[in-house]
Design a protein around this ligand. Structure first.
Ligand code: PA5
Length: 429
């Protein structure tokens, strides 16, 4: 579960008045999510998808992942995808698993750097137990298409055509597209991405569920978290809906207090990719028609020694949304071995998490009190698949409300076509 904590917001923000001011508009938008009569409403399938998800498909995902791991002894999986077909999946895997002790090593092909892909090719050539998951809804995105061309050749060399076919799962449109055609031609197994679910809203669909099942994550629990957040954010009354409170406050801070930047702050590296997902979710959904709040990420405490100076003392163009963990996956009590030789006797017998937590709370206080930076805090009780599903759904719902208040279609990304047109013209596509 997550809890919205507004204690560090800003004394000038009278939340009750703000919520009253936005209530009517919020109710209209909330109702429109049901009547589905607004630009982009055809892409709101994710609001109901986990409730109608095909149980037999989930069982099939679990059974293929078992076949890969138990029968084929797969230890290394290359996930090919980009944007919404990659970031959220990595966010899920990182949040739900330990850092280093993992049964399956995931490698990612999410760019077109020649050095990265060539070096990855070399690395994966050395591995004897490899499989590929390729995710692309359109099936035509350059980055995954190019990587698939490179790495399927590697599977063929290793396992021959039948063995290679058994080691690829393609996740793509159910009825059309180049990737589906390839899958049919080369006999790969496939899972469908629903038509009405866009990339950055798709992780609790086969896009994220199959890779997570292979990684050993409890995907049923993830789906339950997603469903519960949908339920908990189904109230039109702002005072009873924390996702809408967040959406409205960020809009208020932007419009009334001229905050053009939102900094997503994390204190756990396990949440770094979740903050990258938030960056994508908000930027790709809201940055339209010369509107939007620019999202950036600040992984702490690392960034306290870089951008931290600006956040404390720089131009007041931003607010922060801090993700604060209550219970870590692991913790270590510090020994008193050095006594005070290192001048740190004050940490004797404290745990590393206690110290990280003190650093987090002190930073939030320093930024919000001395620095006068509004801070919205989201408390997460612990890292697990349920909470990933919950947070993913909660933020998607908040974004949908936020973008509609801003007056943009949350579910398209027309701006990304411009560079593609130029690039494909130069490449003579
Ligand atoms: O959120 C989105 O819709 C995008 O980021 C897409 O996921 C991204 O462009 C990849 O598209 P595709 O899955 O069609 O390859």
């Amino acid at each position: 579960m997550i809890k919205l904590n507004l204690k560090y917001l800003n004394k000038q923000v009278d939340t009750k008045n703000v919520f009253d001011e936005y209530q009517e508009k919020c109710k209209k938008i909330h109702d429109s999510f049901k009547t589905k009569k607004f630009p982009g409403s055809e892409m709101t399938g994710w609001m109901t998808y986990p409730n109608v998800i095909d149980e037999s498909m989930i069982e099939n995902m679990i059974s293929i992942s078992k076949e890969w791991i138990k029968d084929k002894n797969i230890k290394n999986v290359l996930l090919i995808g980009i944007g919404g077909s990659f970031i959220g999946v990595k966010a899920a895997i990182d949040m739900c698993l330990p850092y280093f002790n993992r049964e399956i090593n995931f490698y990612y092909a999410n760019n077109i750097s020649s050095s990265y892909l060539t070096d990855l090719y070399k690395k994966l050539s050395e591995k004897t137990n490899l499989a590929i998951i390729v995710v692309s809804k359109s099936g035509t995105t350059l980055e995954p298409a190019l990587a698939l061309r490179m790495f399927y050749k590697l599977l063929l060399e290793k396992y021959g055509s039948e063995g290679a076919s058994e080691r690829v799962v393609a996740i793509t449109d159910a009825n059309k597209g180049t990737l589906l055609k390839l899958a049919n031609k080369y006999n790969w197994r496939t899972f469908p991405i629903p038509d009405d679910v866009g990339g950055r809203f798709s992780v609790v669909s086969p896009v994220g569920l199959f890779p997570c099942a292979v990684a050993g994550i409890d995907i049923k629990s993830m789906i339950n978290g997603f469903k519960d957040a949908l339920k908990d954010t189904s109230n039109a009354s702002i005072s009873k809906n924390s996702a809408y409170q967040y959406a409205i406050l960020r809009n208020y801070l932007h419009k009334k207090m001229k905050k053009d930047v939102e900094v997503f702050v994390t204190y756990e590296p396990q949440l770094f990719y979740f903050s990258e997902h938030l960056k994508q979710l908000f930027a790709e959904s809201e940055g339209k028609n010369s509107k939007g709040i620019l999202p950036i990420v600040a992984p702490m405490t690392t960034d306290l020694h870089s951008v931290g100076q600006y956040l404390q003392d720089g131009k007041k163009i931003f607010f922060e949304t801090s993700l604060l963990l209550n219970k870590p996956m692991f913790d270590t009590k510090l020994s008193s071995f050095f006594e005070d030789d290192d001048g740190l006797s004050f940490v004797n017998n404290k745990t590393v998490f206690e110290i990280n937590n003190v650093a987090a709370v002190s930073t939030i206080e320093a930024h919000s009190i001395e620095g006068n930076v509004p801070n919205i805090v989201l408390e997460i009780d612990e890292m697990n698949p349920y909470n990933f599903g919950y947070m993913y759904s909660w933020f998607s719902k908040a974004l949908a409300m936020s973008a509609r208040i801003l007056g943009v279609n949350p579910f398209n990304q027309p701006g990304v076509e411009n560079y593609k047109n130029r690039m494909f013209a130069k490449l003579k596509k």
